[in-house]
Design a binder for this molecule. Structure first.
Ligand code: MG
Length: 378
């Protein structure tokens, strides 16, 4: 029975209010999402098209929407929500992520979710690549566990929500006029993250600076291929009120990046050069910090490990995100009390977020105190 048929069969149950909360906007099939009985175990997938408020351009791509994979783990009357944003750079897409999740559906529904560490270990062994799919499963499991325990995830990890940092708001690459408009729209955020890495860098920064004096963080997304150009640009950015530069050169150009770091006055943060925990040790002496993302890492648990390892090695830590809904961004925000910097604005860039979770006030992340992720329908 495919999902559509299953939903049709469960149609009557949708009229009843199940435990947990109804799942908003996910239902192309009009499902209620919470029809499970006490012993039912279901895993549902759905590709959700997120519409961007502005065309989103970085060195890698330009688009008006992003498709992310949403999953729901429905078990013992509780629905755990997960999301993964496939990363084009790693040749991922939503259809591939969905296929990967479905390939382990029987494993997930047939396993004990309380043994989530063991279960996720087995998923990581069985599924090559597809880290967005793994993130979606991990987040759904952790949401389920948190709800069952009756605690918000930050409490599960022993964290103080008042330690959550401010988040930057990201300004994608655009014309000077639109850049100025985006900066004005980001008035509530005390620090901005500016995407650069194309020929337009000088014009972009000039446009930002014509509209604000706020501190800036800059992300080159591997855009500078020449180490001398990178040094020149970074030392110029140091005169423009920039706090640090993320991934100035291509991930594989580690020795060139080391050469650059010896000649610049700003800290360098690794993003594309640091996908998972095992990537961190080789970055010592080359970067000053790492940008951890659930979609790169494969979920909350691997991201938690990465943050701890980076801190133990004396690196600065940052939590980032892809363009995604409040499911994924809220999941990351529950770990944010651990990190130095947050760039958790992916849900703020979209116009049709199906959920509400983490909130932002004057840039500060406000974590939900409801159990699990603490999501509500939007
Ligand atoms: Mg980045």
């Amino acid at each position: 029975m495919n999902r559509r048929d299953l939903m049709r069969a469960l149609g009557a149950a949708c009229a009843l209010s199940g435990p947990g909360f109804p799942s908003p906007a996910l239902g192309r099939t009009g499902d209620c999402g919470d029809a499970s009985g006490p012993s039912e175990s279901r895993l549902e997938t759905e590709i959700v098209r997120l519409k961007l408020r502005h065309t989103w351009t970085t060195t890698m791509s330009s688009s008006d929407f992003r498709d992310t994979l949403h999953v729901r783990l429905i078990r013992d009357g509780v629905t755990g929500h997960g999301e993964g944003a496939p990363i084009i750079r790693y040749k991922e897409n939503a259809a591939g992520a969905e296929e990967a999740v479905l390939s382990v559906r029987d494993l997930v529904t047939g396993s004990d979710p309380w043994q989530f560490e063991k279960l996720l270990g087995e998923i990581f062994r069985r599924v090559p690549g597809q880290y967005a799919a793994k993130a979606a499963l991990d987040i759904a499991l952790m949401d389920w566990v948190g709800q069952k325990l009756g605690v918000p995830l930050y409490r599960f990890f022993g964290l103080d929500p008042s330690d959550a940092p401010i988040t930057t708001f990201s300004i994608g690459i655009d014309t000077p006029e639109v850049t100025r408009q985006k900066v004005r729209e980001a008035q509530a955020f005390p620090v901005l993250k500016i995407k650069v890495g194309l020929d337009t860098d000088d014009a972009t920064i000039a446009a930002v600076r014509s509209a604000t004096n706020k501190p800036l963080r800059v992300d080159a997304n591997e855009g500078w291929k020449d180490k001398e150009v990178a040094v020149r640009k970074i030392n110029w950015l140091a005169t423009q009120g920039v706090e640090f530069v993320e991934q100035p050169m291509p991930a594989e150009m580690l020795e060139e990046t080391r050469w650059v770091r010896e000649r610049v006055r700003l800290p360098l943060i690794a993003d594309e050069a640091c996908q998972r925990a095992r990537d961190i040790p080789k970055l010592l002496g080359i970067f000053d910090g790492v940008n951890v993302k659930l979609d790169k890492a494969g979920g909350i648990l691997e991201a938690f490990k990465m943050i701890q390892i980076a801190r133990a090695l004396g690196l600065k830590t940052m939590l980032g995100c892809m363009v995604s809904s409040s499911v994924s961004v809220t999941a990351a925000s529950h770990l944010s009390p651990l990190v130095d910097y947050a760039d958790l604005d992916g849900n703020l860039l979209i116009a049709n977020d199906p959920f509400a979770g983490v909130q932002v006030r004057n840039g500060k992340l406000l974590l939900p105190d409801r159990p699990g992720l603490g999501l509500n329908p939007a």
